[in-house]
Ligand binder design. Structure first.
Ligand SMILES: [Cu+2]
Length: 344
């Protein structure tokens, strides 16, 4: 009797400690579990559903393991029945095959549903027109260009609240990964290609953004604040940047793209078609272009000067012979956590 009481007290303490540990982690630490936009929200749901489904297996199995080890331990006067000829139990077989099959089936359906719903290049349904922001990872900083506003920023990002943001991502340097945990999952930036990622903030605030892929010495400095403000405040910020900041020139970009770190910067303008130029700079040398017939068209492009690229947005490039579609697919795989891009 005393033994049972002691056991109970230990169990209750363990549960309390575990709960406290879990709850304390739900504040600042686990920002993924504190999303501020529709994409992040859905991804959190998927994480919770998948965790719950795994717990359905893990908790009974771990519990049973502990129980069996304790119950069937060797001891004097054991009452466990000795059944050397025991061979089959239909009930048991049904349980340990049936439950996992059901769980995997449910996980598969749920994951497939969310994967299609959260396809990164799929526009977010909204009354508001999406704003386009181009993000380029440099060595070791983030360059953001706002083609509609005509401004640029480095290591700081401003977005309007409640408006879908269409991010176009590329890299002028090693592969990196664009990640604003509270708005949604990461997306790789790769040289020679442009990826699309839709995100949206539903609440004003300053969110943490980072390069989530190791890319050399100062990759840890590739952090930026995402300032999500009302449309009015966003417009005010744009106008202020236009009025008070220097222009980003070709030479300025050359300087910026050199390896090194920097404080947040803003620019009142940037060279026309800068993003397309960054993308096409590497496209011709692309390693998996050989077997893709569409890549042949690329050779003609790298000969052209930047000027004839300037009005071209990435959508046109998809339409052309460049076969960007294969990269979009790789983006999906990347998002799902399986890299189809070992060559990068
Ligand atoms: Cu690629």
């Amino acid at each position: 009797m005393r033994r049972t009481k002691k056991w109970h007290r230990a169990a209750v303490t363990a549960v309390l400690v575990l709960t406290a540990a879990l709850l304390s982690g739900c504040g600042e630490q686990l920002i993924v579990m504190n999303p501020k936009g529709p994409i992040g929200e859905s991804q959190k749901d998927l994480i919770l559903i998948a965790s719950a489904l795994c717990a359905v297996v893990l908790i009974p199995v771990l519990g049973l393991t502990a129980f069996i080890v304790w119950r069937y331990r060797d001891r004097k006067g054991t009452k466990a029945s000795y059944r050397p000829n025991w061979s089959h139990s239909t009930v048991m077989e049904t349980v340990w095959w049936g439950i996992p099959i059901v769980i995997i089936a449910v996980l598969a359906v749920v994951t497939a549903k969310y994967t299609y719903a959260l396809e990164p290049s799929k526009p977010i349904a909204s009354q508001q027109k999406a704003i386009t922001i181009q993000a380029s990872s440099l060595d070791w900083k983030w360059l953001f260009t706002y083609p509609d506003q005509g401004i640029a920023s480095v290591n700081v990002l401003h977005i309007p609240v409640g408006v879908p943001v269409r991010f176009e991502l590329t890299s002028d340097g090693p592969m990196n990964s664009f990640w604003i945990p509270q708005l949604g999952g990461q997306m790789y930036t790769m040289s020679g290609m442009a990826m699309t990622l839709y995100l949206q903030a539903d609440e004003a605030g300053v969110y943490f953004g980072s390069g989530a892929n190791f890319s050399g010495e100062h990759f840890a400095d590739m952090k930026f604040n995402v300032d999500a403000t009302s449309q009015t405040d966003f417009n005010r910020w744009v106008n202020e940047v236009k009025r008070t900041s220097p222009a980003l020139t070709e030479a300025g970009f050359e300087q910026l793209s050199k390896p090194g770190t920097t404080q947040p910067l803003v620019y009142s303008s940037f060279p026309d078609g800068l993003f397309s130029k960054i993308v096409s700079k590497y496209a011709a040398g692309h390693s998996h272009g050989q077997s893709e017939p569409g890549m042949k068209g690329m050779n003609g492009m790298d000969g052209g000067s930047g000027t004839d690229m300037k009005d071209m947005d990435m959508k046109d490039m998809d339409m052309g012979g460049m076969d960007m579609s294969s990269h979009q697919m790789n983006g999906r795989q990347a998002e799902a956590g399986t890299s189809g891009h070992a060559s990068h």
